[in-house]
Design a binder for this molecule. Structure first.
Ligand code: SF4
Ligand code: FE
Length: 487
């Protein structure tokens, strides 16, 4: 692995030259800009974990392509153990950062593309997998961060890619040359986009024959000509300037992953970086494999966040002198129960993993959908309980400027204190952490990341095999399986 730790990762980003805008201005260095640096630091933890003795076994593995040691974030899962170790790794990283560390999107893209490229080659005699392997070996050896780019803007949602009044609402091929293709369009909500090295572009939905030019999978460096990124705003992002160490809640890390629009304005992709081009019949399976992997992950990274939130609110109850209340203990118990229940589904869909024809392992898709659906409920319920236990001062707390003020600082210290011996500043810090982890952008990601809840419900019903369940019920009741129609 060329990049061995967080510092080397950050240094490698400084050598790139992507075009990134934020609040109308160009960001020169994502590792130092206050809006992006917290997200860079959380992604850097994925690098740091690989050199941490305690977690090396989770964070690294041997490449099935080269046998060399690689980051698990660049690995193609070879068995159930790989899937489970990934889940454990994500929970640890959620605990260490309290936020999204972004790198799983590329990992899921790598796994989805690998298995599908194999099947496309089998059917059409193409050489996508060989091209992909060459690209992937470089990613593994250099330990690069890849942003998995799937979600298109979609324009008029009642129309598919080929029927959009504006054809650029889905990324598509606009020109074909002997040595490659030119693409145009955009990808939205690109977690970790501004601090990745490479973009792995995939279609966003199942497509039909008419959408051939939209069925494109390819990789491109983040600073390739024609690529522009616009970094998104997050709640309280102005609190992350140098002075506001306390009010940002998590001064080192971001509220969520740090998402960007990535626009592709006639970007050239050489043939060796194209991994699917026009095989529309494989777009559905590709999207679904990617989504299922990512839905499995959510039950791990968000569990890590819920661990932190449970710890934060428990500490606050100690500071406030309420920790011994039976209702407080009961609510904390409920938080832990929900957290571990969520983790169960993440482990379960991995334990039920299965090999695709390529050898790459997939999670159980039904259980992965259940896992992500649980996130959209349990994380919110845990946040609700945290806010309940913390109290209303979370919303009315003066700023750190007032705490430090010569005129009113003494009043803030006096009237926001808790049990004796614990500084007011600590109560304020933990309140801000809880605020950052339960409000604004943080929970939106739990709802819509890895697909909005309805996307999972559609798949849960589709894979739920209702016909079999009806058969089971009929068998118990002694009702014939075949009944005359209408009776
Ligand atoms: Fe990874 Fe979770 Fe962030 Fe997705 S939301 S990229 S699974 S940390
Ligand atoms: Fe996410």
């Amino acid at each position: 692995m060329k990049l061995k730790n967080g510092a080397e990762y950050m240094e490698s980003l400084r050598k790139l030259n992507p075009i990134i805008y934020y609040k109308g201005e160009r960001i020169k260095d994502v590792t130092r800009h206050p809006a992006t640096a917290p997200h860079v630091r959380s992604a850097a933890m994925t690098y740091a974990l690989a050199s941490d003795e305690e977690h090396k076994d989770l964070a690294t593995t041997a490449s099935h392509l080269t046998g060399r040691t690689i980051s698990r974030f660049t690995h193609v899962h070879q068995n159930v153990e790989d899937l489970i170790k990934k889940i454990k790794m994500l929970r640890v990283l959620g605990q260490k950062t309290g936020t999204c560390f972004q790198r799983c999107v590329g990992l899921d893209g790598i796994n989805a593309v690998y298995s599908v490229a194999y099947e496309v080659d089998e059917k059409y005699g193409t050489d996508y997998l060989e091209r992909f392997k060459k690209w992937l070996i470089r990613i593994q050896d250099e330990n690069l961060m890849v942003v998995g780019a799937m979600t298109d803007p979609k324009g008029d949602r009642s129309k598919g890619p080929a029927d959009q009044p504006d054809p650029d609402q889905y990324v598509h091929v606009v020109e074909r040359r002997d040595d490659g293709v030119v693409i145009r369009g955009a990808k939205l909500h690109m977690t970790g986009g501004v601090n990745s090295h490479e973009i792995l572009i995939m279609p966003t939905t199942a497509m039909d024959e008419r959408a051939k030019d939209y069925a494109i999978v390819c990789a491109v460096p983040v600073d390739a000509p024609g690529i522009t990124m616009i970094f998104g705003r997050q709640a309280s992002d102005d609190r992350r300037d140098k002075r506001e160490r306390l009010d940002s809640g998590k001064p080192s890390f971001g509220a969520v992953g740090g998402e960007a629009v990535i626009a592709f304005e006639d970007v050239f992709i050489p043939n060796e970086r194209i991994f699917l081009d026009g095989e529309t019949d494989f777009t559905g399976v590709l999207v679904y494999r990617f989504a299922a992997h990512h839905r499995a992950n959510y039950g791990a990274c968000k569990t890590g966040l819920m661990d932190v939130l449970t710890g934060a609110v428990s500490y606050l109850t100690q500071v406030q002198g309420t920790a011994r209340g039976s209702h407080v203990k009961d609510k904390v118990t409920e938080m832990i129960h929900l957290c571990e229940t969520l983790y169960c589904s993440s482990i379960a869909c991995s334990a039920e993993g299965w090999p695709t024809p390529s050898g790459a392992y997939m999670v159980d898709t039904m259980l992965a959908n259940v896992c992500k659906q649980n996130v959209t409920r349990f994380h919110f319920e845990v946040a609700r309980l945290a806010i309940d236990l913390a109290g209303g001062f979370l919303a009315t707390l003066p700023s750190e400027y007032d705490l430090e003020s010569e005129d009113v600082g003494h009043l803030v210290k006096k009237y926001f204190s808790g049990v004796s011996g614990i500084p007011t500043e600590h109560r304020m810090k933990v309140a801000r952490l809880i605020e950052a982890m339960t409000g604004g952008t943080a929970l939106i990601e739990s709802m819509h990341g890895a697909g909005s809840p309805q996307a999972q419900r559609i798949m849960i019903l589709r894979e739920g095999d209702l016909a079999k369940k009806i058969k089971l019920a009929k068998a118990l009741m002694g009702i014939p399986q075949k009944e005359p129609a209408g009776k």
